[in-house]
Design a protein around this ligand. Structure first.
Ligand code: ZN
Ligand code: ZN
Length: 374
């Protein structure tokens, strides 16, 4: 009997209901419900039958203010192929985090193709000098395997630092108003520096900064264009090359869509057309040719036939320099006065001294730091 069964039994006793019946009912509720419009839960006659996959071929969507949900295929589905959706709701996309959530909330161990393969969301550069390969862990291995054949134990890689940075990164999402712009940029640079450009924490911080830049560009703040392009390149290439399953998520397409609008607001027609072209196929496939967002993206991509290289000119190796150079603007698009460099230095010290990562939010503010800085 698990914790939820015990709770059900207590409630059944209070309400004088048959305990076995109530326990079965709460199990169905807890294990089969979908989150419905953020705060509600919905149980669907057919929809609740979908099994989970971390690489699903369908997605679940609700509509604000409407008591309905829809399930759509996100890629071609073969005749007889099982339809699956993603049950997880995590910021951390690692196999370990997904397994933990599914075991805790849905009481099963996921054995999907993504969970049994190497976990590329945790990719790091191979520490062997001159190798240039990428290492990734696998749930069933006790080692990390390099794309060029080397293998490593946890203790040979910055796994402790990874945990520290992951906790900090997730906190930026949960309590974003606590952190300053320079702390956001410094955290992205720390992740890049420590875990390499393909690690999920880099893409995650890039997406948070991108979201913020998109809002500001649409409000007419124009100085953020070059950092937007840089963050976008990182975001798009991560989904295309590192974890392609991300390419087919509502979050990914939504971010790209907002970025197209932000680039248009900056009057960067060529760049917006290149980006729209990149994701319009996905919109056509999932939402159909008549959807207003699809029509909008088709219009933007058709407007400017001329090619632009901003998405093609990309190298993981130079990402750190590029981001460092382009993000050295303040949150209004003006020149940063050195606060980002200071926050970056303080963050490195905090990581080395092992202080609580969530206590670093005051950095680069005119306050006495709580963490040892030397
Ligand atoms: Zn899985
Ligand atoms: Zn190697």
């Amino acid at each position: 009997m698990d914790r939820k069964d015990e709770e059900a039994d207590k409630l059944a006793a209070v309400g004088k209901i048959d305990a076995a019946w109530f326990r079965q009912w709460t199990r169905i509720w807890n294990l089969n419900c979908f989150r419905y419009q953020q705060v509600n839960m919905g149980l669907f006659l057919a929809g609740s039958m979908f099994n989970h996959s971390c690489e699903p071929n369908a997605l679940y969507q609700t509509f604000s203010g409407k008591p309905k949900a829809s399930f759509r295929a996100v890629r071609d589905v073969a005749l007889g192929e099982e339809l699956t959706v993603d049950y997880t709701t995590l910021s951390d996309p690692s196999a370990e985090a997904r397994q933990r959530q599914l075991e805790d909330e849905k009481l099963f161990k996921c054995g999907c193709s993504r969970c049994i393969g190497p976990d590329f969301s945790r990719s790091m550069p191979c520490p062997k000098e001159g190798c240039g390969g990428v290492v990734a862990p696998k749930l069933t291995w006790l080692t990390w395997q390099c794309s060029k054949g080397h293998s490593f134990k946890d203790s040979e890689l910055p796994v402790k630092e990874e945990r520290w940075i992951s906790a900090l990164v997730i906190d930026h999402d949960l309590r974003h108003s606590k952190y300053t712009h320079e702390h956001f940029v410094a955290t992205l640079l720390l992740a890049l520096d420590t875990l390499g450009p393909r690690h999920w924490t880099v893409k995650f911080m890039a997406s948070l900064l991108l979201e913020n830049a998109n809002i500001k560009c649409c409000r007419g703040i124009t100085g953020l264009g070059s950092s937007m392009l840089c963050l976008l390149r990182c975001y798009v290439h991560w989904a295309e090359e590192v974890v392609p399953a991300e390419y087919c998520t509502v979050e990914f397409v939504g971010t790209v869509h907002h970025s197209v609008k932000a680039l248009l607001a900056l009057k960067w027609q060529k760049e917006s057309a290149a980006l729209a072209r990149r994701c319009v196929r996905y919109y056509e496939g999932v939402w159909g040719p008549d959807d207003t967002d699809t029509v909008f993206l088709q219009m933007v991509s058709a407007k400017m036939k001329e090619a632009t290289s901003f998405l093609e000119e990309f190298s993981w190796e130079t990402l750190l320099q590029e981001i460092a150079a382009s993000c050295f603007t303040d949150h209004e698009g003006g020149r940063d006065d050195g606060r980002i460099a200071r926050a970056r230095k303080e963050l490195h010290h905090a990581l080395e001294s092992g202080c609580d990562p969530l206590s670093t939010y005051h950095m680069a503010m005119p306050l006495e730091p709580e963490c040892p800085t030397s």
